[in-house]
Design a protein around this ligand. Sequence first.
Ligand code: KG4
Ligand code: ZN
Length: 340
Amino acid sequence: MRILAIETSCDETAAAVVEDGINILGNAVASSTAMHEKYGGIVPEVAAREQLKCILPVINEALNEARANYQSIDKLAVTTGPGLIGSLLIGVETAKTLALTLNKPIIPVNHVLAHMYANFVRNKEPVEFPAISLVVSGGHTELYLMKSIKELTWLGGTLDDAAGEAFDKTARLLGFGSLGGLAIQEAAQKYQKTKNNNQIELPRPMLHDKTLNFSFSGLKTAVLREVNKLKETKQLNEVMIQQLSFEVQEAITDVLVAKTINAAEKSNATSILISGGVAANLSLRDKFMKHNSSFTFYAPSVSLCTDNAVYIASYAFFRGNAVDWHSVDAVPDLSVEVLS
Ligand code: KG4
Ligand code: ZN
């Protein structure tokens, strides 16, 4: 089955053609990130206007790459939430129009739940269940138990900022503008840890807490305090920024790994899956891979972690239900707490 999926929940405009939830036939993503750089972050109105301009060219690019056309597609899938209302509407209205005019079934998709299905794309070894799935994106940090590819139960999430948000806010404090987690990762890679250098220790929020919830808002306050101290003593140089970046990355990834392993132990899981933009972080992936535990670890390729439409199609194939196009609506605050 060939699904044409559309994703416009944030500033990306993405379309993909995926066969049977696993084979990528076409994948196109346009981002207006560079444009938001001058405003220091995403401006929803600017994002939506850009998406309106590029939605059809992006769909055409995905179809061309797949050597497909609208007629050769079996079903449509579209992100309906959570996300920015103006952005979601571009994708939803386009998909509904295609469903009506082509007379094809349409599957509404929850963006956050869909992230985890990037783990099933191009995966040669089938995932063994039960699995614990950590979704870490710009707006979400959620843990789920997956009893099967369809059965999800929400176990916990962030009480305040998401892990990606913590990366983004601290990146701004460290002078990386809106370049976010990737800039922190790159600066952290340059940091040379030696015995003599003055280690900055940042807190590991809720590391020893018994719940499966997270809290990252205190981290940015701690970084702000360190930055101000360094500025006062005129020590905020490149080396210190690299050290702070390294510590931010350590603090966030330590908590993510510990909580996920804890969830896996509590649920007697066999596997651990990670997904979402922060799952692209090489230190996070490395910590899971090297962790001394018996769980099989899965992570999507780095390019499938950040927003794209491939995993939207994969989710639609494995867990989605086609509905009447009239009932498909953009829902900016769509709940991600699945309680099965
Ligand atoms: O999933 P995503 O592309 O969009 C949302 O659904 O939010 O995630 C974006 C988030 C941003 O916070 C970005 O800073 C973070 O993923 N991110 C990273 C890395 N690449 C993207 N965080 C840490 N390390 C990275 N390499
Ligand atoms: Zn996302």
